[in-house]
Design a protein around this ligand. Structure first.
Ligand SMILES: *Cc1c(COP(=O)(O)O)cnc(C)c1O
Length: 396
C-alpha cells in the first residue's frame, strides 16, 4: 500500500483518484475491494483476544472496506486519519462532541449549513457549550471574539446558500495562537479544489453524500484530522459508535474514481450558466465565488483551485411581497431541474433558499434567493429550462 502511494506521489489528480485506497493485489487482483460485512471478528487464540493485537477486532472499529475509503480520503486531504460517519451532518456533530466540553465557547460562522446551527443551538447549548456566530468575512478580526474559554472555531467556505468566502489561513493562525481547534466544512470544494489542512485547518469535514457519492443515493460523512487532533477524534468516534456502513463505504470509494472528471464538467457548466445569468435582466445578482463580481472572489482565487456545481442567484422582484410568489413560479416552471434538497449528484436541482436563520449575514434585499445545483445534463437544455422559469416569474 505504501509502496503504491509512493508511486502516486506527484501524479495528477485523476491518476490518484483512480488508484488511491485499496491495492488490488491485496485481494487476489480484483480491481475493487470486497465489501466486508461484519460485526464479529474472530481471534486465533485467547491471548490475541486479550491483547487485541490483530488489525481488525470488531465491525465498529473498521474493516478492509472502510479502511480502503479512509486511506483514499487521507491521501486526498493529507490527513493523519479519517473517520466515516453515516451522514454529512454527523461529520459535523461528531468532531464538535470530540473537542467541546461543558463551559467551552465555540465560534461558528454565520453562513453555516443550517442543521449545524440547529445542533449548536439545541444540543451543544444543552450540554453547556456557549455558541457565538461570526461574520464570514471577519478574517484576522476573529481575535476580538476569542475568549479565555474559546475552544473551537468552525468555518465553512463558501458558506451554505449564499457562498460567502472566508480567509481560512488568517482565521486559523489567530485561533491557534489562542489554543483553539479549527474545523472546516469543506463539502463545496471537495479536497480536489481546496485542501483545508494545507491552510491551517485541524479537522476537515465532508458530506460525502454530495460529490464523492455523485448519484444522490448515499448518505455518508468523512472527518479527517491532522496528527495533533487525530487521537481525540478517533476516541470520540469509538465512544459514540457512529460508524460508516460497508456498502455505503464501497459506493463512496467507487464515486471517488470519477469525481475528478465529474467535477470538471460540473464546474464548466456551472460557470457557463452563472455568467449567462449575470447578463440577464431577470437577475439582480449571482452568488458564485468564482465570478469576479462576487465580494469574496479574491479569497477564492488565492486559495481554491476550482469551483463546483452549486451556487445561487437573486431573482429580481419589485417588493418583498413578490419574493415568494416569484420564487415559486420560477421553480414550478422547471422540468429538468428537480425540486429537492442536497446536491452533488448527476442531476440538476433548484430550491428557494430560506435565510431567516442568519444573525449577521443579511439576506439579499433585491429578491428571493434561488440555489441551483448544475448537474451533468447539456447546458443548452438547462438554459432553456431556466428561461421557462424566468418567463413564469415575470408573469407574476
Ligand atoms: C449537505 C451538507 C451537509 C450534510 O450532509 P448530509 O449527508 O445530508 O447530512 C453538511 N454540510 C454541508 C455544507 C452540506 O451541504
Amino acid at each position: 500500500m505504501n509502496e503504491k502511494n509512493d508511486s502516486l506521489a506527484g501524479a495528477g489528480v485523476n491518476t490518484r483518484l483512480s488508484h488511491i485506497g485499496n491495492s488490488p493485489l491485496d485481494f487476489h487482483g480484483f480491481v475493487n475491494p470486497p465489501v466486508v460485512h461484519a460485526s464479529t471478528v474472530l481471534f486465533p487464540n485467547a491471548k490475541a483476544m486479550e491483547t487485541k493485537s490483530q488489525k481488525y477486532t470488531y465491525g465498529t472499529r473498521g474493516t478492509p472496506t472502510t479502511d480502503a475509503l479512509c486511506e483514499a480520503i487521507d491521501a486526498l486531504e493529507g490527513s493523519a486519519g479519517t473517520i466515516l460517519v453515516p451522514s454529512g451532518l454527523a461529520a459535523v456533530t461528531v468532531p464538535f462532541l470530540a473537542f467541546l466540553s461543558a463551559g467551552d465557547h465555540a465560534l461558528i460562522v454565520d453562513s453555516v449549513y443550517f442543521p449545524t446551527r440547529h445542533f449548536c443551538d439545541t444540543m451543544l447549548k444543552r450540554l453547556g457549550v456557549t455558541v457565538e456566530y461570526y461574520d464570514p468575512m471577519i478574517g484576522a478580526g476573529i481575535e476580538g471574539l476569542i475568549k479565555p474559554n474559546t475552544r473551537l472555531v468552525h468555518t465553512e467556505a463558501p458558506g451554505s446558500n449564499t457562498f460567502e468566502m472566508q480567509d481560512i489561513r488568517a482565521i486559523s493562525a489567530v485561533a491557534h495562537r489562542h489554543g483553539c481547534v479549527v474545523t472546516m466544512d469543506n463539502t463545496w470544494a471537495t479536497p480536489l479544489y481546496f485542501k483545508p489542512l494545507d491552510h491551517g485547518v485541524d479537522v476537515s469535514i465532508h458530506a460525502a453524500t454530495k460529490y464523492p457519492s455523485g448519484h444522490s443515493d448515499i448518505l455518508m460523512g468523512t472527518v479527517s484530522a491532522n496528527a495533533a487532533h487525530w487521537d481525540r477524534l478517533l476516541d470520540a468516534h469509538g465512544a459514540l459508535g457512529i460508524c460508516g456502513a460497508p456498502d455505503d463505504s464501497y459506493q463512496i470509494l467507487r464515486g471517488l474514481r470519477t469525481m475528478g472528471i465529474r467535477l470538471e464538467r460540473h464546474q464548466e457548466s456551472t460557470l457557463n450558466i452563472a455568467r449567462w445569468l449575470e447578463e440577464r435582466d431577470d437577475v439582480a445578482r449571482v452568488l458564485h465565488p468564482a465570478l469576479p463580481s462576487f465580494p469574496g472572489h479574491d479569497l477564492w482565487k488565492r486559495d481554491f483551485t476550482g469551483s463546483s456545481g452549486i451556487f445561487s442567484f437573486v431573482l429580481k422582484a419589485e417588493s418583498p411581497e413578490q419574493f415568494k410568489p416569484k420564487a415559486h413560479a420560477f421553480l414550478d416552471a422547471l422540468s429538468i431541474f428537480g425540486l429537492g434538497w442536497s446536491w452533488g449528484g448527476f442531476e440538476s436541482l433548484a430550491v428557494h433558499v430560506g435565510l431567516s436563520d442568519r444573525r449577521i449575514c443579511k439576506a439579499p434585499s433585491e429578491g428571493p434567493v434561488i440555489r441551483l445545483q448544475i448537474g451533468l445534463e447539456d447546458v443548452v437544455d438547462l438554459r432553456k429550462d431556466i428561461e421557462a422559469g424566468f418567463a413564469a416569474a415575470k408573469a407574476v
